[in-house]
Design a protein around this ligand. Structure first.
Ligand code: C2E
Ligand code: MG
Ligand code: MG
Ligand code: MG
Length: 259
């Protein structure tokens, strides 16, 4: 498979889908997360949870990550032109190996320039576990990136040894609560809700927004709204879509021109 992975981009087997995100209080479109897809000619679709770790092992993640970043910034620039004033954000998952590369902040600035995407319309997502494991090596890059105006999100929050103490050491704008924690709202009940509620209060006091991932049921939505979680993403609203479909969904969830 590693050889296949190397050639997958040039062979046009990779694509990027966009999963819409909505503000929970108003239902207004907040943005979308870019999610890479690999359609292997013989094996069919291979999930990112299988090939991203392989790409990280082989180093291919640097090229793949760069390719996804370019697509996502092109798309963000297009939406910024088509839906001016919408404030839509495009989330891009980045591997810690990309962040550790000394050329990354410069390459990011180059992609923003060449695509015309506004930096404040891009949110880089980095998983909580990789942030904690590689803290000393990525901290400087994260501060440099944040100073350029690009936003940062902690992804998969609640899956590792979550500790809130690191959040004041990183310039984080968004906390993305993992879907396993969102699922526990209904299975575990009050304890999970209290935990999430405290997280939201804490995040707001540090001027961060909380995004709930994997919102699947009206009950989860109601609870998340009640505790003032800011943004939701999940199949209750929409799964990941090709760019045109995601753009149409987002446009439908923006206040339109009066008839
Ligand atoms: P993630 O960044 O936490 O992305 C959210 C995952 O949850 C996506 O899976 C999305 O399709 C899925 N999801 C969203 N809403 C729901 C829901 O309501 N129910 C359920 N059951 N699932 C939902 P996906 O696309 O398979 O991606 C899996 C992971 O692969 C991502 O998790 C991310 O860590 C990684 N990944 C995806 N694209 C990239 C990329 O371009 N670069 C890197 N480095 N990692 C990527
Ligand atoms: Mg993500
Ligand atoms: Mg996540
Ligand atoms: Mg994940």
């Amino acid at each position: 498979m590693p050889d296949d992975l190397r050639r997958a981009i040039e062979r046009g087997e990779m694509s990027v889908l966009y999963q819409p995100q909505l503000f929970l209080e108003t239902g207004r479109a907040a943005g979308a997360e870019a999610l890479v897809r690999w359609e292997h000619p013989e094996r069919g679709p291979i999930p990112p949870e299988r090939f991203i770790p392989l790409a990280e092992e082989s180093g291919e993640i640097l090229d793949l990550g760069r390719w996804v970043l370019e697509r996502a910034c092109e798309q963000a620039a297009l939406w910024q032109r088509e839906l001016p004033g919408s404030g839509l954000k495009v989330g891009v998952n980045v591997s810690v190996l990309q962040l550790e590369h000394p050329g990354f902040p410069g390459a990011l600035a180059g992609v923003l320039r060449s695509t015309g995407a506004a930096p404040e319309g891009i949110v880089l997502e980095i998983t909580e576990s990789s942030l904690l494991e590689h803290e000393s090596r990525v901290a400087e890059a994260l501060w440099r990136i944040r100073r350029s105006g690009v936003m940062l999100a902690v992804d998969d929050f609640g899956t590792g040894y979550s500790s809130l103490s690191y959040l004041d050491r990183f310039p984080v704008d968004y906390i993305k609560v993992d879907r396993s924690l969102v699922r526990r709202i209904e299975t575990n009940g009050e304890r999970t809700v209290s935990l999430l509620e405290a997280l939201v209060v804490f995040a707001h006091s540090l001027k961060m927004r909380v995004v709930a991932e994997g919102v699947e049921t009206p009950g989860q939505l109601e609870t998340l709204r009640g505790i003032r979680c800011d943004i939701g993403q999940g199949v209750l609203f929409s799964g990941p879509l090709p760019a045109a479909g995601a753009g149409a969904f987002l446009a439908e969830h923006l206040p339109g021109d009066p008839p």
